[in-house]
Design a protein around this ligand. Structure first.
Ligand SMILES: [Zn+2]
Length: 492
């Protein structure tokens, strides 16, 4: 049976992919397109941030089930803000030790729900071998030692001594090296922003070495992050940035006797985690949450979270979670952020219902699971109010999404990822949220929102036995791979 390799290319967008190939700047992607099939309108997870997306890719469910709400969120159990590292400033305030611990251990061992199984767990329970290269979500049945660099070890107080779980072949930059015959020596040619080997060239070196070693897993997930950093800075050069990714894919193809041999031996898949939206140059492009929330006492980063504060802000670039620390504050906080049309959606929970308000107006829409309406994914819904708020079209019993693809299930996934009062705010195209120490990208690219520009991703499949189900979603990739490897999906 063929093996499967899935490349996860951060911030790869369908129109950029097609343009890059049309301009003959991407020979590897062109080869894959000629031998496979491109689905340009696959829908990813909300919030459109790597951490929540990775957990959905591995588990096949939205955050209401896998329980990782986003890149940045508030954990009421520990009364702490969880940040899987987003920008230097907040990391500095929250503490590098806590952030490193959040990524290395807590995400996989504590936050990622045990009620769902990762693709690595399911494959290895069926006697197959799974692999993960540089993906931050990697929970599996094997235990691995992390080699913490001395500098990081010292500043974290030598606390990061726990074992890390993963599939049989696990690589995480220089921190965890896979168990193969020839170790991959990290060198400065691998350094992209000195990110401990979490970069494209190191990941491809590891993949090539894993294949050469004869230990290639039945399934390998490979994360290529460089494109995201570059598109954030210069979105107008997105085609050139994807061409750089292609150079790495060429190195992978060149490691075989011929490119044809690569696709004869492997099912090769490429997917993205999210798109990006260009943010305006002007200062108004940043939506100042702290200002809007005045006179509420907004928690300051680094301070303990106590009842002295009214609201905790967890900024995920083009979406934010706002946590009122007492339930009676919720309607007042909703009111404070609803007056500005730069926020296109303000959403919260009322019992089983999700309630959504259009920013800059008092139009509202409510929906819950189950009921007479059905969407293209087969999910059934009950709705009340103005469906235009979520840009839905309702025709008889059929509901169709437009600006917010799979909008009801995806927004529901974020709202119900936690069972505490929370408000989701979504930025309109061209805008992103500004809060204490948050990274901003005026004139650059940003993501996180429910809007289609952040949410539509390409899915490219070469050499599979079956056809991917349509309309395509990222959460359906897991069951597709299990079927392709003839492993019956196991209900979690
Ligand atoms: Zn990004």
């Amino acid at each position: 049976m063929k093996k499967i390799i899935l490349f996860l290319v951060d911030s790869m967008m369908p129109d950029v992919l097609e343009k890059c190939v049309a301009e003959k700047k991407a020979p590897a992607l062109q080869f894959f397109l000629e031998h496979g099939e491109l689905i340009p309108d696959c829908v990813t997870v909300f919030p459109t941030m790597t951490a929540s997306v990775d957990c959905s890719l591995l588990s096949g469910v939205y955050p209401d089930q896998h329980k990782v709400p986003g890149l940045v969120w508030y954990d009421p159990k520990t009364k702490r803000i969880i940040n899987y590292v987003n920008g230097f400033q907040p990391v500095y305030r929250i503490g590098i030790g806590q952030c490193a611990s959040n990524v290395l251990f807590d995400l996989n061992e504590r936050h990622f729900s045990r009620n769902v199984k990762t693709i690595h767990e399911e494959l290895e329970e069926k006697g197959l071998v799974s692999g993960s290269i540089n993906v931050i979500a990697h929970r599996g049945h094997k235990q691995h030692d992390a080699k913490i660099p001395f500098v990081l070890d010292a500043i974290t107080g030598f606390q990061l001594k726990e074992k890390v779980s993963g599939p049989t072949i696990l690589s995480l930059g220089t921190l965890i090296q896979p168990d193969i015959f020839r170790p991959i020596n990290w060198n400065w040619s691998h350094a992209f922003a000195s990110s401990y080997g979490i970069n494209d060239s190191y990941a491809i070196d590891v993949l090539i070495e894993v294949i050469r070693s004869g230990k290639q897993p039945d399934f390998t997930l490979v994360y290529l992050p460089d494109n995201d950093h570059k598109v954030h800075q210069t979105p107008e050069l997105a085609v050139e940035h994807l061409a750089d990714v292609d150079k790495q894919l060429v190195r992978f193809l060149d490691s075989f006797a011929s490119w044809e041999q690569a696709v004869e031996r492997n099912v090769i898949m490429l997917i993205s985690d999210h798109g990006q939206t260009v943010i305006g140059q002007e200062p108004e492009a940043n939506i100042p949450l702290d200002e809007m929330l005045f006179p509420f006492r907004v928690h300051r980063l680094g301070a303990d979270i106590t009842p002295d504060w009214d609201v905790v802000v967890c900024n995920n670039e083009r979406m934010s979670y706002l946590y009122p620390l007492s339930a009676e504050l919720l309607p007042k906080v909703v009111e404070a952020v609803s007056g500005d049309s730069r926020i296109d959606l303000v959403a919260w929970k009322e019992g089983e219902w999700a309630v959504v308000r259009a920013g800059g107006s008092d139009r509202t829409f409510r929906y819950c699971k189950g009921g007479p309406l059905r969407d293209a994914y087969g999910t059934q819904w009950s709705v009340q109010g103005d469906e235009g708020v979520l840009d839905l079209r309702i025709d008889g019993h059929t509901v169709t999404y437009q600006a917010y693809p799979d909008g009801m299930a995806r927004l529901y996934g974020a709202l119900f990822s936690q069972d505490i009062p929370v408000i989701v705010v979504n930025a309109a195209p061209g805008y992103e949220f500004l809060s204490e120490c948050s990274p901003t990208h005026q004139g650059g690219g940003s993501h996180g929102s429910l809007h289609q520009r952040d949410s539509m991703i390409p899915l490219l499949i070469v050499g599979s036995a079956q056809r991917f189900p349509r309309p395509a979603r990222l959460i359906d990739v897991k069951s597709f791979i299990l079927q392709e490897l003839a492993v019956a999906p196991v209900l979690a």
